[in-house]
Design a protein around this ligand. Structure first.
Ligand SMILES: [Zn+2]
Length: 473
């Protein structure tokens, strides 16, 4: 496999450069990789950002061709765990697969858990976790050397495990769905749009289906979307196997036909990450907005609308709404059905209405209502988000899912940090009235939400208008 080396000067020791280069060369020799280029700091040394940019443009110049990026250790790519995840994701995007030359820890996330700090904590605290992962792996609980669907033969080659293979085939068949009707081979048909499959049910539904049938993972746990997505990405099921950048010799029998596998990849690409992010984006007024009539909390939800274009193709778009749960089902447009007693609003309209109400209120009045969130709220939230991020990294490091699965946790982490940082005004990190007013001017959802809850106890929602109930009034 084609490989590019990459290292940064980590110490002032003149020999360290040589050590780095020879570690990269040794790794490529042993794996029979074709080392085409080594990116060092150069003389005069490039900044970290510039050197990294050079690597990215090199990978881009390969035109989506895959290449290994071999680094001596993860500290050469980033000084923090989250910074590393960010770069791994970007490199993967341009076709770069990162491996560490350290023979004990070639997997970059496993390597990073061992050597990079996170959230101000030294890596030694992450190591404990890795050890427990490894001991689980030794017991075959997490890292099972053979992927679900196979057992290892005495000589280490994969042999199909018939019962598990049935589950694997069903997963791919369900998720990939039927081939698009236009996909009949029309010789010379140049229209690529014609062959975009729509796919079957989503991962959550498939996991639910499997679990309802009593199917379990090898470790006896229920199926989750993360486990299933890891399987859907795993090329092992087409008969090829790459581990830590080395192709394992011996072509084992495939469980999934290549066209089904490829279709599943297209479907997965079309569904994530935009879709995943939309689902996870919180509703600004959830828990705050209440129906004027029955007092129940308004629910935030998403609906996909489909329509036909003039040229006959169909388009879909997701719309977000709030509606009273008592509202008769199916009436959610916000345009029609306003005679309903229980309100339903487009998300953007309701969010805008409360912001308008707050911006129209006098500063004196708002100041009287202001109740800072408990000092610990923001910190707790940040700790929780950090914990979720670390947990996601551990899961992927243990072989479940890929770097792309870390993008949403990384986004959440950044948002939580931005809010927390914008709030640290002075020594006490107290959320002040001025912070609240400032946040009302931003479009950043978490900051907005904190600002709104510091001023408003709840929002009574009618059809077509709202009534904020201010605090302390
Ligand atoms: Zn209601």
């Amino acid at each position: 496999m084609r490989a590019a080396g990459y290292y940064r000067p980590l110490t002032s020791d003149a020999r360290s450069e040589q050590v780095a280069v020879s570690a990269i060369e040794r790794y490529c020799d042993e794996g029979l990789h074709n080392l085409t280029q080594v990116f060092g700091p150069g003389d005069p040394p490039l900044s970290d950002v510039d050197q990294y940019a050079a690597l990215v443009s090199y990978l881009e110049s390969l035109g989506r061709g895959e290449a290994l990026v071999v680094i001596p250790g993860t500290r050469h790519l980033s000084s923090t765990l989250d910074g590393l995840v960010d770069r791994l994701a970007e490199l993967e995007e341009v076709g770069g697969e990162v491996r560490c030359a350290d023979p004990n820890l070639p997997h970059p996330l496993q390597n990073a858990l061992e050597s990079l700090p996170f959230a101000g904590r030294p890596p030694v605290q992450n190591r404990r976790v890795r050890e427990s992962l490894m001991s689980k792996a030794a017991r075959g609980e997490v890292l099972g050397r053979t992927p679900f669907g196979y057992v290892a033969d005495v000589d280490g080659t994969f042999v199909i495990q018939p019962l598990e293979a049935v589950v694997v085939r069903r997963l791919f068949a369900l998720y990939a769905g039927e081939p698009p009707p236009d996909d009949v081979d029309v010789p010379g048909d140049p229209d690529p749009r014609a062959s975009v499959p729509t796919g079957g049910p989503g991962l959550r539904r498939i996991a639910g289906l499997f679990n309802a049938e009593g199917l379990r993972t090898r470790s006896g746990r229920p199926w989750t979307p993360v486990t299933l997505s890891g399987m859907l990405r795993n090329r092992v099921y087409t008969g090829s196997y790459v581990r830590y950048g080395m192709r394992i010799a011996g072509n084992h029998e495939r469980i999934v036909e290549r066209d089904v596998f490829n279709r599943a990849q297209v479907v997965m690409g079309s569904r994530s990450p935009q879709r995943k992010r939309r689902v996870l984006k919180p509703y600004l007024l959830s828990g705050l907005a209440r129906c004027w009539s029955c007092g129940r909390g308004m629910h935030g939800f998403e609906r996909n609308r489909r329509w036909s274009r003039v040229d006959g193709s169909t388009a879909t778009r997701a719309y977000r709404y709030y509606a009273c749960p008592s509202r008769s089902t199916g009436v959610v447009d916000g345009e029609a059905g306003e005679k309903e007693e229980h309100p339903g609003w487009r998300e953007s309209d309701l969010d805008q209405a409360i912001l308008d109400a707050l911006r129209a209120a006098s500063a004196e009045m708002l100041k009287d209502c202001f109740n800072p969130p408990k000092d610990t709220t923001l910190d707790d939230e940040l700790r929780a988000v950090e914990g979720q991020f670390l947990e996601s990294v551990r899961l992927v490091a243990s072989g479940r899912g890929g770097v792309a699965d870390l993008l949403t946790p990384l986004d959440d982490l950044r948002t939580a940090r931005a809010v927390s940082a914008s709030d640290t005004s002075g020594d006490g990190a107290v959320f002040t009235f001025e912070n609240a007013l400032g946040s009302l001017e931003t479009a950043e959802p978490r900051a907005l939400r904190i600002a709104i809850t510091s001023l408003v106890e709840r929002v009574i929602v009618h059809a077509g208008r709202i009534e904020p109930v201010f605090r302390n009034v």
